[in-house]
Design a protein around this ligand. Structure first.
Ligand code: SAM
Length: 294
């Protein structure tokens, strides 16, 4: 962390403060998803200067703080935190305290605790801001090679009775789909997709930002076969290409049927051929030839 400390010194020399906690009371702070070097300068300052840090797992966050040389008060705020915990954090913010919210890794609120506390802040007119930074979804997407212009994020695919419907919805999505998967369930998930969309392109992004970072780009069937042979290890983000619009090829039979139908309604051959051109996109000479066959 030497470089970061140097960077701190340089920024402290500026006359204008580059860091302020005036604009909010709740600071949603993104933390590294593997590589400590990805912590932002603003995240460090926020963790240092907040009155307290609400952490998904205080034992985990204390390690991050130790690596950053930060001493601060930690309280736990996790998926199972009850309303009393939220009320206590809200009361402290209403009294003027600044609270930093962190999860174990990445962006709080993205498949991680955060939303109920954010909603409570909004209900109490408490200012919220985000200190942006690492997030596995947006790290995986650009390196997947799969169209990232429009995408949906599914979090973890449920394992309850809704699973089958969720999987078939995902397979039908025209947009790129991003989801998280644990190593223990990866093979089963890939096999379930392979049964319905074997040819679809998939990118399996593993251990992002870490030493063993890897992206496998293949078809769904190939990915299922790959992991049937190898034990999946590490953390995974899966990017699945959206369903492509089926391009319907216009056959002479389609044109013939269309023209016949219109002739039977009393249309002239010339008009039926013209209609096949304008409505079906048939080639003029072919539509004319077919119309003259009747
Ligand atoms: N809030 C986090 C974020 O912003 O990405 C996600 C938390 S979620 C509980 C954890 C899941 O994110 C992992 O099971 C994995 O699917 C994905 N993930 C987190 N870090 C990752 C990494 N370095 N490489 C690949 N996937 C990762």
């Amino acid at each position: 962390m030497d470089n970061l400390e140097n960077f701190n010194e340089i920024t402290e020399e500026f006359e204008e403060p580059v860091f302020s906690m005036e604009n909010a009371s709740l600071f949603i702070v993104a933390t590294p998803i593997g590589n400590l070097g990805d912590i932002s300068q603003r995240a460090i300052e926020t963790l240092r200067h907040a009155d307290l840090i609400a952490a998904e797992d205080t034992r985990h966050t204390i390690k991050l703080l130790n690596r950053l040389g930060i001493k601060n008060t930690l309280v736990s705020y996790h998926e199972y935190s009850d309303q009393k915990k939220i009320d206590s954090l809200i009361t402290q913010m209403l009294e003027g305290k600044k609270i930093a919210l962190v999860s174990d890794a990445g962006m709080p609120g993205i498949s991680d605790p955060g939303s109920p506390l954010v909603s409570a802040c909004i209900a109490n007119d408490i200012g919220i801001t985000v200190i942006p930074g690492p997030c596995a979804v947006v790290t995986a997407l650009p390196m997947s090679g799969i169209d990232a212009r429009r995408f949906v994020f599914e979090g973890f695919i449920p394992r309850d009775k809704t699973r089958r419907d969720v999987i078939s919805d995902i397979a039908e999505s025209k947009r790129t789909v991003v989801f998280y998967e644990s190593p223990h369930h990866l093979l089963r998930t890939l096999e379930e997709f392979a049964a319905i969309i074997p040819e679809r392109k998939i990118a399996i992004c593993r251990e992002l930002t870490k030493i063993h970072e890897e992206v496998l780009r293949m078809s769904v069937a190939e990915a299922a076969a790959y992991f049937a042979e190898r034990q999946p290890r590490g953390e995974f983000v899966i990017i699945l290409e959206g369903k492509k619009e089926e391009i319907k090829v216009l056959t002479e039979e389609d044109i013939r049927r269309f023209i016949e139908e219109n002739l039977s309604l009393g249309m002239s051959r010339k008009d039926a051929a013209a209609k096949a051109v304008s409505e079906l996109g048939a080639a003029k000479n072919i539509a004319k030839r077919i119309a003259n066959e009747f």
